[in-house]
Ligand binder design. Structure first.
Ligand code: NAP
Ligand code: ZN
Length: 353
């Protein structure tokens, strides 16, 4: 038994989005069915839909910043009830018994790799998974998050499921807190959450941006200082000042200019995944101040719940521009131009004919 589901999909890297119908699986004992209310638009959706990363299967239904209302629970589900608000992020499954899964770092699953909410292998129906640009999703309980925010905030909560956790996780892992100077590179979906979260953790935040027009927004979001990264003179004033830099940029760029801003023993973490490599950094920049360059992938399920609870406690959501699904191609074009303030969130009611 399956459930007919409406969505928007692309049929090839160059096609616009168009309505697409497919079937979700019927509820298995440990499954939760969710009627989707809002879905955030991540740059990863764009990389995938437009074939910028290898391996996209078409038709492709992106979307991994999902919030909605539970419409059904399988016979073995506990702790979730029909009518509850719930969220789904980038993952819908993992092996469940490797060292990373045991540590609730499912994104680093060592046996099967995590199963993506879209474009991942579908172990029940075969084929591959379809994401949140759709009216309904069925997900194993282990990958469903509880949403404590008010229903009125849901459009702005959706982006926490990827942009929120992808920035929260490295800030926590590298123990960012009061007394530290933190740089956030790129004021887009991830970056603006990085600013809010690092500021809420007590750090002093500087934004590095290529868009001088985002200065006022950066300050409003919690930054103390804004540096235009393409201005060499402004960059020179930042040498050796930062304990930690979070680089969220989705395109290849010069890492050396940013690494030079780290103090001795400072760390720069890359979360952006450009479709072609960054120019290789100068190792001298690392060696002479014992600096570290690292990467980080989303965050585990337990940490995602912790992040949602942290955001609720601190009154944090994403800054969103709510769009109907019919405007998704236009939204993608604006994301490419760095013209997103600061996350698009699709109102799934727009799927209704
Ligand atoms: P986004 O909303 O498009 O934001 C990226 C920002 O980077 C832009 O707004 C822009 O900010 C800056 N930028 C763009 N082009 C640039 C260039 N050529 N040089 C310097 N800066 C540039 O994207 P996002 O949704 O935040 O995602 C960012 C990246 O993270 C994507 O590659 C995405 O796939 C990846 N991602 C990774 C993970 C993970 O787990 N590691 C999770 C989610 C997403 P300014 O205007 O301020 O310069
Ligand atoms: Zn994402």
């Amino acid at each position: 038994m399956t459930r007919p589901t409406r969505s928007y999909a692309v049929q090839s890297p160059s096609d616009p989005f168009a309505p697409f119908s497919f079937d979700r699986r019927d509820l298995q004992p440990d499954d939760i069915g969710i009627d989707i209310l809002f879905c955030g638009v991540c740059h990863s959706d764009l990389h995938t839909a437009r074939g910028e990363w290898p391996g996209t299967q078409y038709p492709c239904v992106p979307g991994h910043e999902i919030v909605g209302r539970i419409s059904g629970v399988g016979s073995a589900v506990t702790g979730f009830e029909v009518g509850d608000l719930a969220g789904v992020g980038c993952m819908v499954d993992s092996c469940g018994d490797c060292a990373s899964c045991d540590a609730s770092e499912e994104q680093y699953c060592e046996k099967t790799g995590f199963v993506g909410t879209y474009n991942g292998p579908d172990s029940v129906l075969g084929g591959y998974t379809f994401g949140g640009y759709s009216d309904h999703i069925v997900v194993k309980q282990r990958f469903v998050l509880k949403i404590g925010h008010a229903e009125a905030d849901l459009a702005a909560v959706a982006p926490l499921l990827c942009a929120g956790i992808t920035t929260y996780s490295p800030l926590r892992h590298w123990k960012v807190g009061p007394g530290q100077k933190v740089g956030v590179v790129g004021l887009g979906g991830l970056g603006h959450m990085g600013v809010k979260l690092a500021a809420a953790m007590g750090a002093e935040v500087t934004v590095f941006t290529t868009s001088p027009g985002k200065r006022e927004d950066a300050l409003r979001l919690g930054a103390k200082e804004v540096i235009v990264s393409r201005d060499a003179d402004q960059m020179a004033t930042q040498a050796s000042r930062f304990d930690f830099i979070l680089d969220t940029v989705a395109a290849p760029h010069d890492l050396d200019a940013l690494l030079a801003c780290l103090k001795r023993d400072g760390t720069m973490v890359l979360v952006g995944v450009p479709d072609s490599p960054h120019p290789s950094p100068n190792v001298g920049n690392l060696i002479f101040r014992r600096r570290a360059l690292a990467g980080s992938l989303i965050g585990g399920i337990a940490e995602t719940q912790e992040m949602l609870d942290f955001c609720k406690a601190h009154g944090l959501t994403s800054d969103v521009e709510v769009i109907p699904i019919q405007k998704i191609d236009e939204a993608y074009d604006r994301i490419v131009k760095s013209d997103v303030k600061y996350r698009f969130s699709i109102d799934m009611a727009s799927l209704t004919p």
